[in-house]
Design a protein around this ligand. Structure first.
Ligand SMILES: Nc1ncnc2c1ncn2[C@@H]1O[C@H](COP(=O)(O)OP(=O)(O)OP(=O)(O)O)[C@@H](O)[C@H]1O
Ligand SMILES: [Mg+2]
Length: 237
């Protein structure tokens, strides 16, 4: 399959002098369309920094990055934001939903920003909420939903623009085992339908659901392996 993400020698340093941190030290990574990749590694190893650069939320200090063969380094901030909004979906540990707003409206939100009309917003939001098995909770506000359900709303919101890739930073970090399993089932289904997924996790068990596991340490990729023990369904966990 096509290479979707092709980054070479990414470097990112924060601070200066005593507080200088080399968050990424010449990291190179390729991800093909349709892959399900997990990134693991200790706290501070550079996982979120890498994800933010690959997700076009941030830029590296040096190195090159091709997304869909486009040289991201050459794009203006506005062009970068367009790619981010149209091609990339994000899921974070904190679900980041609007509190007094229904699941349906939370999911529609990115479409309001891009000027899509009410009818189409509604239809598309209902479709993605169905994809995450929440058709019965359209009107519920976050407070009326479990953690796992809230994260599924966040996944639906990430899907609303039909992105090429989902970047998830510790998506199960705030969830119990049962809810984590639900989320991983959703990711598995999305991936089986062809969606590319790059997921950061601390948990080995969660990483085992991905087909490829990348390990980071001290700002570098220290291992990048096909996961031969991929767990195919939740009953095996
Ligand atoms: N905005 C920032 N300003 C200064 N230092 C930063 C900033 N963001 C990250 N860092 C530093 O860069 C290093 C890598 O951080 P990063 O957030 O990428 O780690 P991580 O692997 O995602 O860790 P965790 O598992 O705790 O989320 C850390 O030492 C961190 O303190
Ligand atoms: Mg992080």
């Amino acid at each position: 399959m096509n290479v979707l993400i092709d980054a070479g020698n990414l470097q990112k340093t924060y601070g200066e002098g005593e507080s200088k941190t080399e968050a990424l030290k010449k990291v190179s990574i390729k991800v093909r369309a349709g892959e399900f990749v997990a990134i693991i590694g200790p706290s501070g190893s550079g996982k979120s920094t890498l994800m933010n650069i690959l997700g076009c939320l941030d830029r590296p200090d040096s190195g090159n990055y091709l997304f869909e063969n486009r040289d991201i380094g050459k794009l203006s901030d506005i062009e970068l934001a367009k790619i981010r909004n149209r091609k990339i979906g994000f899921v974070f540990q904190a679900f980041n939903l609007l509190a007094r707003t229904s699941a349906l409206k939370n999911v529609e939100l990115p479409l309001i920003y891009s000027g899509v009309k009410q009818d189409e917003r509604n239809t598309r939001a209902m479709q993605v909420l169905e994809d995450v098995n929440l058709s019965d909770k359209l009107k519920s506000t976050p407070a009326q939903l479990s953690g796992g359900q809230q994260q599924r709303v966040a996944i639906a919101r990430a899907l609303i623009n039909n992105p090429l890739v989902i970047f998830a930073d510790e998506p199960t970090g705030n969830l119990d085992t049962k809810s984590s399993n639900e989320i991983m089932e959703i990711f598995k289904k999305l991936n089986e339908k062809g969606r590319t997924i790059v997921m950061i996790t601390h948990e080995k068990d969660i990483a085992q659901r991905a087909a490829r596991i990348i390990t980071m340490r001290d700002g570098q990729i220290t291992s990048d392996k096909k996961n031969l023990h991929k767990k195919r369904n939740i009953t095996q966990v």
